[in-house]
Design a protein around this ligand. Structure first.
Ligand code: HAM
Length: 417
């Protein structure tokens, strides 16, 4: 027996309707916000993520599924959707399309992390990316789309936390202040923090080591270092969220685990799933497109983890529509009536009715038992008498009532119930 790889999950027939519900809801939200679907390959050149996501991130340093293909090229299974979306935007010349360009995706992602509840090595994201606008209205619209998704899924108890991590101008000042603060503590901090001190001190705030966390708790806060433009942008985003009735709290500790962010960053955090409580995260990334070789194009987006959405929905009792059950099971008693059952089922299906027939050569009694197990709403019994009369004996499985319905009238009857 070969088992499933660690950190991955099967979706079983009895569970897939939940996934379909979340995916369909995401598509519905995308439609409301007029976002168009994009699809990018599951693997990209490794360089895209190194440059896009950033050399100092855990994602790039520790978590990528990177390998050489048979042609000796280094490729990586996508750890997230934004870098691929940015590449798609540049490579296909989409900067010449009407701006803003509003896109969404549903995609598997791969990160070599230590698996735990809500943290997998293969997981799935619904993400949106809006290219071409630097305006705070765009940040607010993207956040409001994430908020709408959670609301439509019936998720409660999620807190929207927002922050601004400034632009390269204020970041330079802030990095200086961080270095001054961290320098005397370096000997008590982990190796990774010591490396990050030189390369990207902001990333030190993201360290999960207990000792480092104690030190970073008193570090200077970015909000005190924002330049006037960034401050103004952040204030406008807040006002626009309030205008839309989207509740938020400011959390100056959100720095996000990916290097491309500028200005607004945000997370929706649930208290119901423990350590991996972030169901959705995103922000503005005004320099990514130019860093990847495109014309300077501001952008903002987010991604939500579908597995985490499903966990939160189950933990908080959100309504998940039941899986689809057959409307009718057609049970034939002998060869001729079985043939009739097949013929009727084909006609019903052609008219959009979900119908089942026996595929196991079962006795009529066993067919009824099976129809009950799979939750068929009606069972149509067909035997010699029914064939002679041109009708089925139709039983409503929940009320137990039976009635005779003509073969020719069955479809219309079922379309009315
Ligand atoms: P991220 O915060 O790395 O952001 O991931 C977004 C979401 O993906 C998380 O909030 C979480 O729900 C889910 N997720 C991440 N890692 C795992 C994992 N190992 N297992 C299960 N779920 C996971 C991004 O990926 C950015 N690309 C978001 C973005 C889009 N920013 C701008 N545009």
């Amino acid at each position: 027996m070969i088992n499933i790889p660690k950190g991955t999950k099967d979706v079983l027939p009895s569970q897939s309707h939940k996934w379909q519900h979340v995916e369909q809801t995401a598509r519905d939200v995308a439609k409301l916000y007029n976002l168009k679907e994009i699809r990018t390959p599951v693997f990209e050149h490794t360089e895209l993520f190194r440059r896009g996501v950033g050399e100092t991130t855990d994602v790039v340093n520790k978590e990528m599924y990177t390998f050489l293909d048979k042609g000796g090229r280094s490729v990586t299974l996508k750890p997230e959707g934004t870098a691929g979306a940015a590449r798609l935007f540049i490579e296909n010349g989409l900067s010449s399309s009407p701006m803003p360009l509003k896109a969404f995706y549903l995609t598997p992602c791969f990160r070599y992390e230590r698996p735990q509840a809500g943290r997998l090595r293969e997981f799935h994201q619904f993400g949106i990316e809006v290219f071409g606008s630097k305006e705070p209205e765009t940040d607010a619209e993207v956040i409001s789309a994430a908020n709408a998704l959670l609301k439509k899924l019936g998720i409660t108890g999620c807190e929207l936390q927002i922050n601004s991590i400034g632009c390269p101008i204020c970041r330079a000042e802030y990095n200086k202040a961080l270095k001054e603060y961290f320098r005397p503590h370096l000997k008590n901090m982990c190796q990774t923090c010591n490396t990050r001190f030189e390369q990207n001190p902001l990333r030190m705030l993201d360290c999960k080591e207990e000792e480092c966390k104690k030190i970073t708790a008193n570090a200077p806060e970015i909000l005190d270092y924002l330049c006037p433009d960034c401050k103004d942008h952040f204030k406008k985003v807040q006002n626009l969220l309030t205008a839309q009735g989207v509740k938020y709290v400011i959390n100056p500790n959100i720095v996000r685990g990916l290097d491309y962010y500028t200005r607004t960053v945000f997370e929706f955090v649930s208290t119901s799933i423990g350590a991996q409580g972030t169901v959705c995260g995103g922000g503005r990334y005004d320099n990514l497109i130019s860093e990847l070789g495109g014309a300077p194009t501001p952008a903002v987006g987010f991604a939500a983890g579908l597995e985490r959405l499903l966990i939160v929905m189950e933990n908080t009792g959100a309504t998940i529509p039941e899986e689809q059950k057959p409307l009718i099971y057609l049970a034939g008693m002998d060869e001729n009536s079985r043939k009739k059952a097949v013929e009727l089922a084909a006609n019903l299906r052609a008219n959009g009715i979900n119908a089942e027939v026996d595929l196991m050569s079962r006795s009529v009694k066993a067919q009824f038992k099976y129809a009950d197990k799979i939750g068929a709403k009606f069972v149509a019994a067909i035997g010699e008498t029914e064939l002679a009369n041109g009708e089925v004996s139709l039983k409503n499985m929940s009320t137990g009532e039976s009635s005779a319905v003509k073969f020719g009238g069955l479809c219309a009857y079922l379309q009315k119930v």
